[in-house]
Design a protein around this ligand. Sequence first.
Ligand code: ATP
Ligand code: MG
Length: 452
Amino acid sequence: MIRKFFGKLFGKNTQPKIIAFKTHRISPARISPAAQKVCETLQEHGFAAYVVGGAVRDLLLGREPKDFDVATGARPEQVRGIFRRSRIIGRRFRLVHVMIGAETIEVSTFRGPSGAADEGVDSAQSSTDEHGRILRDNVFGTVEEDARRRDLTINAMFYDPVRQEVLDYHDGVADIKARRLRMIGDPAQRYREDPIRMVRVVRFAAVCNFEIEPRARKPIRTLANLLQNVPKERVFDEIMKLLLSGNAAEGVRRLRKEGLHHGMLPLLDVILEQPLGERFVMLALANTDKRINEGKTVSPGFLFASLLWHEVLAAWKQAQARGMHLMPALFDAMDQVLQVQSEKLAIPRRFGGDMKEIWALQARFANRTGRRPFQLLEHLKFRAAFDFLLLRCESGELDSEIGEWWEKFSHTDEAARTTMLLKDTASGPTKRRRRRRSRKPGAPEAAESDES
Ligand code: ATP
Ligand code: MG
């Protein structure tokens, strides 16, 4: 209570804790030389300049930062004027990209309070929507104001590489030590201003294995539906960060626990409620995490194809039950599932193509007679589709025999492959010859003879 009172009284003039090297122990060798140079140069020109946000958090956690952002008191035009190799980007939220050597450093000017949510701002010129979401965020401010508009205390620290000091306005260092996620300000209000913050909190909880403080955790369930008002592209970017964080399995588990997954992957809810679907999704996520932690690449198309596979499977079966043939039924199911997703989560078109190919190829694994398996092996997406098939086996959806067969088939020589082929029982020789002539090379197969 007393703290709250003083907080209100001195809210606008909080002094930061200044953390010296002997406490923070951030070795200068871990700072990107380009970020160091940008801060030094700006300071030589008389402007405050710090490394900010995620980089400071990661340095304190002993992780390697993904990128180094700089915040400064200089205006975008001033920054542009100081660095020859730089350009101003963004219309609404203007930033400067400064190129040093092969690196690009994003330099932003300190932002001040924006929106009716902040005291002293005339709500008549409101820059928020009817739910309190901030639409404009382009008012410049002081370093202290800049700290206050950030989301979590651990993301609101400023590192001065010249003085080797961390400026900590909201006790972020203490929260890092306590492994605690604390929202700056009133959590519910901060989520209303920008609902994406709820997803970020859950992401950091999973990635850093931190506890979300109860007052930041509690409102999430109630406010989760506000995510519907956020532009789909932003939600997509945020969920991609979560899925590619190396902790996706935990991230999705937490999203679900907090009731946040509805707005993002609407079908995920349904999927996770079917035992087979859940097992498949979790295996796919664990697989992705493993690849990322081994420094391998992952294909977003593959990942989304996995997340939605059991929906496709269900729709595929329904379409067949309605009397559609195997392949048209599959294509119908794929379109239906992608359509529902696109209403909620904007999966970019380029991934949609990959997803469809991986799904469509699943039907072709069933055919292990004649030339077909050889043709499938030549397919550009064979590897991805085969990995997908293995996941289906591992999750218990398919008998492991089919996965083992394809594993062996793909690794052995031509002669051995021929001996592996199954007997063609369903279609006679006449029918097979006619079919082979009429199909263009690489075109999707007609109905298979031995579907799984
Ligand atoms: P990552 O390591 O995943 O990039 P990050 O914290 O650096 O995590 P960014 O999206 O790069 O995330 O954002 C940089 C900084 O900007 C954050 O550390 C935080 O201070 C601030 N920030 C980002 N998104 C928001 C938001 N929605 N609301 C308030 N502050 C935000
Ligand atoms: Mg970042």
